[in-house]
Design a protein around this ligand. Structure first.
Ligand SMILES: O=P(O)(O)O[C@@H]1[C@@H](OP(=O)(O)O)[C@H](OP(=O)(O)O)[C@H](O)[C@H](OP(=O)(O)O)[C@H]1OP(=O)(O)O
Ligand SMILES: Nc1ncnc2c1ncn2[C@@H]1O[C@H](COP(=O)(O)OP(=O)(O)OP(=O)(O)O)[C@@H](O)[C@H]1O
Length: 411
C-alpha cells in the first residue's frame, strides 16, 4: 500500500471488539465511510495493567514485526491463500484512549483485569477481517501440537511418556491439577486425517466450549463478526441451516451443533491446512527441546542464556537452508555447527504450535470454494523464551509422570 493508513481517519465508534489473545486485542470496522478499512480488523498490542509507563514512544517506531515475518518468512513456507493481508496502520494515543473507554467493557473480565491497550504504540496492524460479514459463521480453532517427538534425544526418564502422550494432553493434565477447565480434546485426533478421530476432536472441542461457556482459547464461534457464547441468547439465532428451513429462528441446539460439526468436517477434510501446520511443527522441531538443549551444551551455551533474536538476513538464510539442505541433515546426530539453524527452526516451530485457524462458512451451505480457511497469529517468538520452554517441558512431563498418567495419543 503506497501511502500509510492512519487510524485517526476513522472514528473509534466505528470499531467494535472482536476478540483477544495474550498479546493483542482485535477490533473490526463497522463504519461505512473509509473504504480502506472495510472488511478489515485492527490488531493492537497490549501491555500489563500494572505498566504505568506514560513516557513518549520512540519517534521512529519499527513496524509490527509480524508484518515482515509473514512477508519474508511465513509466506515462503505457507501458501498465500491461507494468510490474511496485513498492513501497517499509524496510531495515536488519544484515539487509542477513546477506543479503550468505549470498548473495555466488551472484554472478558479475566483479560481487562490483567492488561490494556498499549497506548504508547504508534503502529498497529490492519488485517483481513476473517470473521466478518452478514450471515457468516466462522469457527476459530487453536489446534496446538500435532506430533509426538522422535526418541533420539529424549532422556531415559521422559522417552516412554513423550513418545506416547502428546504435549497438549500432558499440559492439559498439569493445568487441570492447577484448577483449569479439563478438556478431552487431543490435537493428535484433529490432525490424524482419520474421519472418526477428527469428528471426536471437534466434538471434544465443542463439549469443552459448552462446559466452559466459551472461555477456553482453543475454540470460538463467530456469527456475523461477533463471538457467541453457549449461554448467550444470540446462540439461538445461529444462521446455520439452509435459509428456507427457518432453522435460525427455531432454536434447536442439537441441530445447530450437528450442522456446524458437519460443515466443519467437510471443510477440514477438504483443506490441507492441518497437514501444513503439523508438518511444519514436526520438521522444524526435529530434536525436541531436550535435544536442542544438549546441542547447546555441546557448544558451551545454555538455552536460558539465548537472547539475541535472528535478524531478517538470518531468517532469509534459514529459509534457504530449510528449503534445501535441512532435510538431508542427520537429525539423530546433529552437527553442532548447525546450532543457529536448529535454534531458529525451533522458534519457527513454536509459532506454528501456537497459531490458530479460522474456518468461514456462508449461510446455507454453498460450494466448498465459497468457504475459506486461514491461519492467524503467526507472530515470531523471541529467543529468550527458549529457557522457559525447556523449564515448562520439564514441569509438564514430570507432573504427568508423577500423576501416574499413561494416555496413549495415537500418531
Ligand atoms: O506454551 P503454551 O503451549 O501453553 O502456549 C502459550 C499459549 O497458551 P495455550 O497453551 O495456547 O493456552 C498462550 O495463549 P493464551 O495467552 O493463554 O491465550 C500464548 O499464546 C503464549 O504465547 P505468547 O507468550 O503470547 O507468545 C503461548 O506460549 P508459547 O509456548 O507459544 O510461547
Ligand atoms: N484477521 C483476523 N480476523 C478476525 N479475527 C481475528 C483476526 N486476527 C485475530 N483475530 C481474533 O483476535 C484474537 C486474538 O488474535 P491473536 O490470536 O493474533 O492474538 P494473540 O494475542 O497473539 O494470541 P495468543 O495469546 O493466542 O498468542 C484471535 O484469537 C481471533 O479471535
Amino acid at each position: 500500500m503506497a501511502s500509510r493508513l492512519h487510524v485517526a481517519d476513522s472514528r473509534p465508534e466505528d470499531w467494535v471488539y472482536v476478540s483477544e489473545g495474550g498479546a493483542t486485542i482485535v477490533f473490526s470496522y463497522r463504519g461505512t465511510e473509509n473504504p480502506h478499512f472495510q472488511g478489515r480488523v485492527l490488531r493492537l498490542r497490549k501491555t500489563a495493567l500494572s505498566n504505568n509507563d506514560t513516557g513518549h514512544s520512540v519517534e521512529e517506531e519499527p513496524d509490527d514485526p509480524m508484518i515482515a515475518f509473514q512477508r519474508d518468512v511465513i509466506s515462503c513456507i505457507v501458501p498465500q491463500a491461507f494468510l490474511p493481508d496485513l498492513d501497517v496502520i499509524l496510531l495515536n494515543e488519544s484515539w487509542l484512549g477513546a477506543i479503550e473507554c468505549l470498548r473495555n467493557s466488551d472484554r472478558p473480565q479475566e483479560r481487562w483485569k490483567k492488561d490494556k491497550i498499549d497506548k504508547r504504540r504508534r503502529k498497529g496492524v490492519l488485517a483481513t477481517n476473517l470473521v466478518g460479514g452478514e450471515g457468516i459463521v466462522a469457527v476459530e480453532i487453536k489446534p496446538k501440537w500435532g506430533f509426538l517427538p522422535r526418541e533420539h534425544h529424549l532422556s531415559p526418564q521422559t522417552v516412554s511418556t513423550k513418545t506416547s502422550t502428546c504435549r497438549f494432553c500432558m499440559h492439559t493434565y498439569l493445568r487441570s491439577q492447577e484448577g483449569a477447565f479439563p478438556t478431552d480434546y487431543c490435537p493428535m485426533d484433529l490432525y490424524s486425517r482419520n474421519e472418526t478421530r477428527m469428528v471426536k476432536a471437534i466434538h471434544d472441542l465443542w463439549n469443552a466450549w459448552v462446559r466452559s461457556d466459551g472461555s477456553l482459547n482453543n475454540f470460538r464461534i463467530f456469527v456475523s463478526g461477533k463471538v457467541i457464547k453457549p449461554s448467550h441468547h444470540d446462540f439461538h439465532d445461529v444462521p446455520i441451516g439452509p435459509p428456507d428451513t427457518g432453522v435460525s429462528s427455531s432454536f434447536n441446539s442439537g441441530f445447530i451443533k450437528e450442522t456446524l460439526m458437519e460443515n466443519l468436517m467437510r471443510l477440514l477434510l477438504d483443506t490441507r491446512v492441518l497437514d501444513i501446520i503439523s508438518t511444519l511443527q514436526r520438521t522444524l522441531d526435529e530434536l525436541d527441546i531436550e535435544g536442542l538443549s544438549k546441542l547447546c551444551s555441546m557448544s558451551k551455551a545454555d538455552l536460558a542464556s539465548m537472547v539475541a533474536g535472528p535478524t531478517p538476513e538470518d531468517w532469509r538464510d534459514f529459509i534457504r537452508c530449510y528449503q534445501t539442505s535441512y532435510c538431508t541433515w542427520d537429525h539423530a546426530n546433529p552437527d553442532p555447527k548447525n546450532i543457529k539453524h536448529y535454534l531458529m527452526a525451533y522458534l519457527l516451530s513454536a509459532t506454528f504450535k501456537d497459531c490458530s485457524i479460522i474456518l468461514r462458512f456462508n449461510q446455507g451451505g454453498g460450494s466448498l470454494s465459497s468457504h475459506s480457511v486461514s491461519i492467524i497469529d503467526l507472530d515470531p517468538k523471541p529467543m529468550n523464551k527458549l529457557g522457559e520452554w525447556e523449564e515448562l517441558d520439564r514441569r509438564i512431563v514430570e507432573g504427568y509422570r508423577a500423576g501416574g498418567q499413561q494416555k496413549r495419543c495415537a500418531p
